[in-house]
Design a binder for this molecule. Structure first.
Ligand SMILES: Cc1cc2nc3c(=O)[nH]c(=O)nc-3n(C[C@H](O)[C@H](O)[C@H](O)COP(=O)(O)OP(=O)(O)OC[C@H]3O[C@@H](n4cnc5c(N)ncnc54)[C@H](O)[C@@H]3O)c2cc1C
Length: 476
């Protein structure tokens, strides 16, 4: 193959529009060979979880179709990234590989190692910025040049340095070689599970760049004005549901920011604030890479979390006896996504009512979320547990009953995901054990049989959590 072929290495940027690496690869005027490598070992203990791989299957198929519409291809390989990149560079004669930067600690290490090892083979790896974040980590700092650990001043600083809104359009052509290198079929990557637990997920979601754009437009046109209130009500489809698309790079934050800014309505601000939360999570992970496993605030590493496997099982199966917690955990299992308000409630329940470590909750989310994202997951679990950047204070413990009553007052969300409670009147749906026997009978519920009794008493669990918290040293 010609010497002027360049490899375009897709990673977490599975899109054609606003893709800086693709843009530069095309500028070289050579043949562009798009490549995706499924490397099961690259991320070590943070390799993609089971749900993430289900999404990836759909996402790669979609990207392949999109590339084919440009008379191009997506070359799929499986194995160690370095080995596969060298193999492909040799097969195609490519001397340059373009990719977009990632910001997880393992990915930063990977990039550095690859750049060195490829240079030894006479191959240049060029990592482009601006694909997945609006502000490069390190560019938003406090007055005394320290990383922010609190969101609001970070947000204000971001607004003082607005992102450059120069979204790169989708290319109309890509120069293809006369003969393509060999590729695996998407199915041969074995991304889908052998036991078919993913059917509901696949029915609910449609991965791919085109769908991400549709959801963004739909959000701006029909949901944005009500977003600031609707985003807290789990029974309403009031949020964008863009998270799995963002976490796989099927849409860029810049595309979102530009579309909302061009629309111009003030209601866009609360949505963009969430996009900046996403940036903040990456910023914290970049500056404090240990926060994937350890508390940002060191004293919280001393909390005596205890893994009680039987309790953990009840939590993951949605059998805690607290309806809103159970609804959330079952929503997660069925569709690989959970409403943000309920993520906070189930996280608080695990860490403060059951005193099971946030790291165990984060691991379960990592395996079951379609939008699993190391930065968002670590920051948010630490927020919930009260031990991270800008966390809610540890002593603020969500009451799963009052949270349910406030954010799911008519019980619609619970009824959808916990069908055995479907006939329960709204008055009792978040605390079935308080219902008179006659009401339970009429609703067809036998507590402890058709639906569990609460696995712990929230009041007692709360006092226990507070007692443990008070024993921590005041500051470390
Ligand atoms: C315990 C816990 C774990 C979480 N784990 C993840 C995760 O692994 N991956 C993930 O993408 N999100 C995670 N979140 C954040 C949030 O729940 C999801 O981003 C949101 O529910 C996605 O739905 P949406 O796209 O409809 O959000 P929208 O409300 O439409 O928000 C738009 C985008 O803003 C960003 N965003 C929204 N809320 C947050 C937030 N609290 N923190 C950071 N960014 C946010 C997301 O990128 C989201 O897609 C977690 C939250 C909690 C409490």
């Amino acid at each position: 193959m010609s010497q002027d072929a360049v490899l375009l290495w897709f990673r977490q940027d599975l899109r054609l529009a606003d893709n800086p690496a693709l843009y530069v690869a095309r500028q070289t005027n050579g043949l562009v060979i798009p490549v995706y490598i499924d490397d099961l070992k690259a991320a070590a203990e943070w390799q993609a979880g089971s749900a993430d791989r289900v999404w990836l299957h759909g996402s790669l198929s979609s990207l392949q179709q999109d590339l084919r519409s440009l008379q191009s291809e997506l070359i799929l390989r499986q194995g160690p990234t370095l080995h596969k990149l060298i193999e492909l560079a040799r097969e195609t004669g490519a001397r340059h590989i373009h990719c977009n930067a990632r910001y997880e600690p393992w990915a930063i290490r990977q990039e550095q190692a690859l750049q060195q090892a490829l240079a030894d083979q006479g191959i240049e790896l060029v990592c482009h910025r601006g694909a997945s974040l609006l502000w490069e980590p390190g560019t938003i700092q406090t007055g005394d040049r320290k990383p922010y650990q609190v969101f609001t001043p970070f947000f204000k600083k971001c607004l003082q340095s607005p992102p450059e809104l120069d979204v790169i359009p989708r290319p109309k052509t890509l120069k293809a070689p006369a003969q393509w290198p060999k590729s695996l079929a998407v199915e041969e990557l074995n991304l889908l599970p052998r036991l078919h637990w993913h059917r509901d997920m696949q029915a609910f979601w449609q991965p791919g760049e085109a769908q991400a754009q549709r959801l963004l437009n739909e959000f701006i046109q029909t949901k944005q004005d009500a977003y600031s209130d609707a985003r807290n009500i789990p029974s309403i489809d009031g949020t964008s549901r863009l998270s799995p698309y963002l976490s796989h790079g099927e849409i860029s934050p810049r595309q979102i920011w530009q579309a909302v800014a061009e629309d111009g309505r003030r209601s866009g601000t609360s949505f963009l604030r969430e996009i900046v939360w996403r940036e903040f999570a990456y910023h914290v992970l970049y500056h404090f890479p240990h926060t994937t496993d350890q508390a940002l605030k060191a004293k919280f590493n001393q909390l005596p979390w205890t893994m009680r496997q039987d309790w953990f099982e009840r939590w993951i199966q949605g059998q805690t006896g607290y309806p809103v917690v159970d609804a959330g955990m079952r929503q997660l299992w069925r569709i690989g996504w959970m409403h943000n308000r309920v993520r906070m409630i189930v996280g608080s329940f695990l860490t403060k009512d059951l005193l099971i470590g946030w790291q165990d909750g984060a691991r379960w989310f990592w395996d079951t979320l379609l939008d699993a994202d190391l930065a968002q997951n670590s920051l948010n679990w630490q927020w919930v547990a009260g031990c991270g950047a800008d966390a809610q204070p540890f002593f603020r413990i969500f009451n799963p009953v009052t949270q349910g009553q406030k954010f799911d007052p008519d019980g619609r969300y619970v009824r959808q995901w916990v069908p055995e409670l479907a006939q329960m009147p709204a008055k009792y749906i978040h605390a079935p054990w308080t219902a008179p026997d006659s009401v339970l009978r009429q609703a067809g519920i036998q507590l402890g049989n058709t639906y569990p009794e609460p696995m712990v008493d929230h009041g007692t669990a709360r006092n226990q959590a507070l007692k443990i918290y008070k024993q921590l040293p005041v500051s470390i």
